[in-house]
Ligand binder design. Structure first.
Ligand code: IMP
Length: 481
């Protein structure tokens, strides 16, 4: 049993835990989920997002990257589930199963019959829009936005449609007809180039006919039906609810982060799913009240972001940013893009606390990751507040004025884009602590920084990841529930 799993197991009244991200994603949730699956969780449910996520886990020096499959998959005794809230791409799933089999993991997760089916037209539209003149969001190009848009627009397909060929064909045609105005206006050569990519079938889906949006419906059906026997479809909502009623230990695995959340993030530079505790619960078939312990993960004392949108504490000194990027291996696990690097942002963490705090447990527990990356740095900067430098601007009936100090981030893209971080400086630490098991093993200067972050943000530090490998996690405090 991992140390973290052991800590949670000491409170048998905790049966449902949710792992979310308090920043812009990529905080190391996969490692935490893997550790909790090592002796505590009986079920691990991925509940939001899709193959846009990249959860990296290191096992004995070997790297496993998961995009769609829950990070509990490396534990044969755990039931892994891809829940109803997920945008499910059968191609990405099949590729990931293959990679796992090569790694020696034969298990396969259950997939919700209600998970939203990502279609080739979703990926096509996502990539065409990103390449278009309207300005980009910097998406991962995995079709996530268009897939969820179809779901809300009531013209989406679900995994269940794969088992019903006639319905699959009917819905697919109706869905494509709805895309007609957009796709017919696009340059067929661009469509051909995107569909020519190997992950989309190396051109087998392309047809030159404009009246079919340049997509061959029969080829899509043939391609999708190939995956059918690799997918174990189930009513996972019911399975999860029954497990909860029977007192099973359930872990909800989040993807992306609060600042990328569709409702609470810095819109429009967000993903299209609900990345909050409540969103995860619903995406798994539960309600937010079923979650006994939310764990919010933060990278510290630096942080990262990919894609477009404001990042107030972004480090402008590219030499320094590159140094941190290299040390922390900060390249997107899904797209390989270099991540943007910045200092820890307390106004954002306070906002996360505001969104995450619950009546029960009253204490919000946080886990800090990547703490080892800045070992040897002379100086650590932490943003305590912002100074708003833009023109007077009204948010929810209140004017924000030039020169105003903001202690808590306002998740408004215009405001954030005009905020200058106000930093406090802390001396760094020199000694390595990669085998720390408790707070005592951490350099005292780092301890001080963690305490400042905790005190200022409102989160209680439960644990700290001190290296990439499994169980390189120090326990900082007892659970407070
Ligand atoms: P989408 O989810 O691919 O539509 O991308 C929307 C925004 O979310 C873009 O800025 C992406 O870079 C970002 N994003 C999506 N998934 C992740 C992730 O797993 N980690 C970090 N950023 C992500």
């Amino acid at each position: 049993m991992s140390r973290l799993a052991d800590l949670i197991a000491q409170k048998p009244e905790i049966t449902t835990v949710a792992v979310t991200d308090g920043q812009f994603g990529d905080t190391g949730k996969g490692k935490i989920v893997d550790e909790l699956a090592s002796g505590w969780a009986q079920f691990v449910v991925r509940a939001n997002g899709g193959a846009n996520a990249g959860h990296t886990i290191w096992v004995m020096g070997r790297k496993v990257v998961l995009h769609l499959i829950p990070a509990g998959i490396l534990h044969p005794d755990v039931v892994n589930i891809i829940g109803t809230g997920v945008a499910f791409d059968p191609r990405a799933f099949s590729a990931e199963l293959k990679a796992l089999a090569e790694f020696g993991v034969p298990s396969t997760p259950l997939v919700s019959h209600c998970a939203k089916l990502v279609l080739p037209q979703h990926i096509l539209m996502d990539r065409l829009r990103e390449a278009g003149a309207d300005g980009t969001l910097g998406t991962t190009g995995r079709g996530i936005g268009p897939c969820y848009t179809d779901h809300v627009g009531r013209c989406g397909l679900t995994v269940n449609d794969l088992s019903n060929p006639d319905e699959l064909a009917r819905k697919l045609r109706a869905n494509l007809a709805e895309k007609m105005p957009f796709l017919r206006e696009q340059d067929p050569e661009k469509i051909k180039a995107i569909l020519g990519q190997e992950e989309l079938g190396s051109g087998e889906l392309f047809t030159p006919k404009p009246d079919s949006c340049f997509l061959d419906v029969d080829a899509i059906i043939a391609q999708y039906r190939q995956f059918e026997n690799q997918i174990t479809v189930a009513n996972t909502d019911e399975i999860v609810r029954t497990a909860r009623d029977e007192g099973a230990r359930i872990l909800l695995e989040g993807a992306q982060g609060l600042m990328l959340d569709l409702k609470h993030g810095r819109y429009p530079y967000v993903t299209c799913s609900d990345c909050t505790v409540d969103g995860l619960a619903r995406g798994a078939g539960l309600s937010g009240e079923d979650v006994d312990l939310p764990l919010t993960i933060f990278k510290a004392p630096y942080m990262t972001c990919v894609g477009m949108g404001s990042f107030p504490t972004e480090i402008e000194d590219e030499v320094l940013a590159e140094e941190i990027r290299k040390r922390g291996n900060e390249y997107g696990a899904t797209t390989g893009r270099p991540r943007r690097v910045g200092w820890f942002d307390l106004p954002l963490a306070r906002y996360a606390h505001h969104c995450c705090k619950r009546r029960k447990p009253v204490v919000s527990h946080a886990i800090f990751t990547k703490l080892d990356v800045l070992t040897g740095f002379e100086l650590i900067k932490i943003c305590f507040e912002y100074e708003y430098e833009g023109p007077n601007y009204n948010v929810a009936g209140r004017w924000i004025r030039t020169g105003e100090r903001l202690q808590t981030a306002i998740p408004d893209e215009f405001v954030l884009s005009q905020c200058q971080p106000i930093y406090k400086y802390f001396p760094g630490w020199k000694t390595s602590f990669s085998s720390a098991k408790t707070r005592k093993g951490l350099p005292w200067r780092l301890e001080e920084i963690i305490d400042v972050i905790a005190h200022e943000s409102g989160f209680m530090p439960l644990a700290a990841s001190v290296g990439p490998e499994r169980d390189q996690t120090a326990i900082l405090n007892e659970l407070c529930i």
